[in-house]
Ligand binder design. Structure first.
Ligand SMILES: [Zn+2]
Length: 160
């Protein structure tokens, strides 16, 4: 199986040799203009030669299926909340699948809460803005991205 790796914002990629588990980091800035995955062949000091698939898409979306909830304040001050499923995650936003769509439109702002399926089940709580509405599917963007926000930090690790 080919190893799939992600590149951090500072264009550092980490490869792990499947034979000896020695990791090697490399500056991959020269590939940063390529907006797709790149296949690389790595030669490890142990003699093993292996291939990795490097994900260069900047807005990589991870496909998931994570239960969550939303809290939506309508103009009339009525609070609506309900269940949803997070279907994809990127650094900039989420894809959500609603069981029942609340009265939202493009630009509506609401809060999404869910626990990542990582080891710590990290709680993610973000204010989001609606970008796309397709049936039960709602594409949202985070209203703010702040490196000191624990949710953003956790998402960075999760997507790496
Ligand atoms: Zn090796």
């Amino acid at each position: 199986m080919i190893q799939k790796i992600f590149v951090s914002d500072n264009n550092i990629a980490i490869f792990v040799c499947p034979n000896c588990n020695v990791s090697k980091s490399a500056d991959v800035s020269k590939y940063k203009r390529i907006n797709k995955s790149v296949k690389l062949t790595i030669k490890c000091p142990c003699g093993n030669v292996y291939s990795v698939l490097m994900e260069m898409r900047r807005h990589y979306r991870k496909q998931v299926s994570i239960p969550g909830k939303y809290v939506f304040n309508s103009f009339h001050g009525k609070v609506q909340n309900g269940a949803l499923t997070v279907v994809d995650i990127s650094r900039r936003g989420l894809g959500l699948n609603f069981r029942t769509i609340p009265p939202i439109q493009i630009g509506s702002v609401f809060v999404v809460e869910f626990n990542l399926d990582d080891k710590q089940h990290t709680l993610i709580k973000k204010q989001v803005s609606v970008m796309r509405l397709v049936g039960q599917f709602v594409g949202v963007e985070f209203c703010s991205i702040d490196p000191s926000d624990p949710s953003d930090k956790a998402l960075g690790f999760y997507l790496f």
